[in-house]
Design a protein. Structure first.
Length: 333
């Protein structure tokens, strides 16, 4: 498969991406919230529950895994990437090494992990990876993000993307503009334009083939502490407006992150974008973590494996409908 074929499987035909790449620390916090002991075996059992969900391949085209999970196996000894490939789902790997303080810029971060990335990618490809993911995270205030934070994050994303394509896998380019804060949707729009414009400028500088990437942006949305929360219609309109302004038509798929939205909120916003807009140059789809897993995790905590799989499949189906602009709240019943 070439890059374009892989990206099409990940984001086309009403399918999206399951983000199951929580670090051990983040996964531990999620386990703490529902009373699950934080062990490697429990993490394996939980991810096995998700990945073996019957029918998952009908709605999910790719799964992002964490390093530990990528090399884990099912109870009967099948490596997780092999299990996914047999279902026609593309296995992917989170390759960044997390956020570090940006020197001389208080309250801002950059992403580490470029050192040794070429060699790590080669190993992941050998073991079945078809795509990778790298996350940048930018904080919004009246003054932030700074120009340097935006440029640094964009430069790192582009360098990573070029290395992925050299290795023969699709890079998910994730410039997350954080939902934390009291900023308005108008401020979010202003920052997103600046961030995406800079990201695509850097991708061009690194000669990245845009037809072989997947963009994973935030939606243009009010800050979580903003007293005047934007409506679903406003989120959809402003997000699509920004994408049209900033994202070249060569990009095959845009898979939104949920970024702190609730399960239903993330689905409603995605649906509104697709219901209102036809003939967009890219597939608008999802790459959700919590917004696909929250209900499933609660069922897993109660040792209800079948219930956990049903909960995951339900959310995957709801978001698949949203990719087609066909979701209705009545479908939640």
């Amino acid at each position: 498969m070439n890059l374009q074929e892989i990206a099409a499987i990940m984001t086309g035909n009403g399918k999206g991406i399951l983000a199951a790449d929580e670090s051990n620390g983040t996964c531990g916090k999620r386990f703490d919230s529902v009373g699950i002991e934080k062990t490697e075996e429990n993490r394996r059992l939980y991810r096995q529950t998700l990945l073996t969900t019957p029918g998952l391949e009908n709605y999910i085209g790719g799964v992002i895994l964490y390093d530990e999970t990528f090399f884990q196996k099912t109870d009967d000894g099948k490596p997780f990437p092999e299990l996914l490939l047999e279902k026609g789902i593309m296995p992917g790997i989170k390759v960044d090494m997390g956020l570090k303080d940006l020197v001389n810029f208080p309250n801002e971060k950059h992403t580490s992990g470029l050192d040794g990335l070429r060699e790590r990618l080669a190993n992941y490809v050998k073991n079945g990876a078809k795509f990778a993911k790298w996350r940048a995270a930018l904080t919004i205030t009246d003054e932030l993000p700074s120009h340097n934070a935006i440029h640094t994050s964009a430069h790192e994303l582009a360098h990573y993307a070029a290395l992925c394509q050299e290795a023969g896998i699709v890079p998910i380019v994730e410039p997350e503009v954080l939902i934390n804060g009291d900023h308005t949707i108008e401020r979010s729009e202003e920052v997103m334009i600046d961030v995406l414009t800079t990201v695509f400028k850097e991708l061009k500088e690194f000669k990245v083939d845009l037809s072989g990437i997947v963009l994973k942006p935030s939606m243009v949305i009010s800050g979580s502490e903003c007293p005047n929360q934007a409506s679903v219609a406003e989120v959809a309109d402003k997000t699509v407006k920004v994408l049209k302004e900033c994202v070249p038509a060569d990009v095959p798929g845009i898979a939104f992150l949920s970024g702190g939205q609730t399960e239903v909120q993330a689905t409603e916003n995605l649906n509104e974008m697709n219901a209102k807009n036809s003939n967009l140059p890219w597939n608008l789809t999802f790459s959700y973590g919590r917004a696909l897993q929250a209900s499933a995790l609660k069922k897993f905590a109660g040792n209800d494996i079948e219930g956990a799989q049903k909960a995951l499949l339900h959310r995957a189906k709801m978001n698949s409908l949203a990719c087609q602009g066909k979701y209705s709240s009545a479908d939640e019943a």
